[in-house]
Design a protein around this ligand. Structure first.
Ligand code: SAH
Ligand code: SF4
Length: 377
């Protein structure tokens, strides 16, 4: 059978990936997801790592056509959490042994913001005795800024390419957003020594199955260590929604495509970290569990204080808006055990791929890789 042949092959071709993305029958999809789970168990294990995410500000200078907190959306109540509130949340993550955290916000590049983030990274390292791994997801910055934050102790950076199709990228952003700059940022992050995470939105208006397959090939070509990709989800107060036809159809198609992408990516990049993203749960109440069963191994519990969750809505139907961090912890623990995975507490949870990559690159990067990265905390 064609499906079995592909699922057991070592080097899948572009055509194989298109075939898998186009599967429709329930039993074939089940087979794909089960095979991906099998590969996950053999490579990264039946384990899930937490990255507690603090969405500390919704102020943004950009105007991405899909995003609910874009600069020109004047219905948004803008906030920035105080340093004290952010450190309190970071301390909660430390005390609850999550191992790693993500600082995310809208994009800003002014000096005050850069200093604010620098202080945060420094103080979080201090309050956790260097034990909490810090990932930043703060958009496009200069190489100097990335370097500054790295030197202070941040060691992973998430910057989605959004789509690897340059034309499509242009169609979902205003003219002053630059695809080449985005790629340059990813290159700079890698050169500095960050573990680089990227990803795409799945099911954008105008995006094809071929585009999504090319996105996966882009991840592979760029030797990416971690992926956070999820469905494109409508936000009513954004320009992109004008290009959406049947909204209900879009939701179910995007959910299905996202699960397939997770599973197929696990087949072609077996040892990377793949997040079961929150957007999946905006479309399906057990979306994240299904993604874990299809090969994902990372969860990003929201640790943002409930007072602010309402105002950080990139897309409609964001889950967990009324929960406290402790509610999320319990809820996710149940969800993970339902899948049959185990949560690993107190470790950074770097992907085996990262360690293989640096073994080969250590000489090239020299002293830029410092011991805290290689320690695997
Ligand atoms: N400002 C930073 C971090 C916050 S946005 C940045 O842009 O990198 C983080 C991610 O949210 C974006 O990369 C984008 O992929 C995702 N996002 C924004 N709007 C979305 C939507 N409507 N549906 C799904 N994902 C969305
Ligand atoms: Fe700002 Fe990020 Fe949203 Fe773009 S995706 S508008 S940069 S928060």
């Amino acid at each position: 059978m064609k499906l079995e042949r592909i699922l057991n092959k070592d080097n899948l071709t572009r055509d194989d990936l298109i075939y898998l993305m186009s599967l429709k029958k329930e039993e074939k999809l089940e087979r794909l997801y089960n095979r991906a789970y099998e590969i996950k168990s053999e490579t990264v294990g039946q384990k899930v790592y937490f990255r507690g995410i603090i969405e500390f500000s919704n102020k943004c200078i950009k105007n991405c056509n899909y995003c609910g907190i874009r600069h020109d959306n004047n219905k948004v109540n803008r906030f920035t959490m105080s340093e004290e509130e952010i450190l309190e949340s970071a301390n909660w993550i430390y005390k609850n042994n999550y191992g790693s955290m993500v600082l995310q916000s809208g994009e800003r590049t002014d000096d005050e913001y850069i200093e604010f983030v620098s202080d945060l990274v420094d103080k979080i390292k201090e309050l956790s005795n260097g034990e909490v791994g810090i990932t930043l997801s703060l958009g496009e910055q200069t190489k100097e800024t990335y370097q500054k934050w790295f030197d202070l102790g941040a060691h992973r950076y998430l910057l989605r390419i959004e789509t690897s199709n340059e034309e499509l990228y242009r169609s979902i952003h205003p003219n002053d957003h630059d695809f080449q700059k985005r790629k340059e940022c990813l290159k700079n992050l890698r050169e500095i020594g960050y573990q680089v995470g990227t990803g795409v939105m799945i099911g954008l208006p105008g995006q094809t199955v071929e585009d999504l397959v090319d996105d996966m090939l882009f991840f592979k070509e760029n030797n990416i260590d971690m992926i956070g990709m999820g469905p494109y989800v409508i936000h009513e107060d954004t320009p992109l929604v004008q290009k959406v036809g049947d909204k209900e159809k879009l939701r179910s198609r995007n959910f299905e495509w996202s699960l397939k992408m997770v599973a197929i990516l696990r087949l072609i990049m077996p040892d990377i970290n793949i997040a079961a993203t929150t957007a999946l749960q905006a479309l399906n109440s057990i979306g994240r569990e299904l993604a874990l069963q299809a090969g994902a191994n990372i969860l990003m519990p929201i640790v943002t204080h409930p007072n602010y969750r309402q105002d950080y809505q990139l897309y409609e139907n964001k889950p967990c808006i009324d929960e406290k961090p402790s509610d999320c912890k319990k809820c996710l623990a149940n969800r993970v055990s339902n899948v049959g995975d185990e949560i690993v507490y107190g470790e950074w949870g770097d992907s085996p791929h990262y360690f293989r990559r640096i073994e080969g690159k250590e000489k090239e990067l020299g002293s830029k890789i410092d011991s805290r990265n290689a320690a695997g905390r």
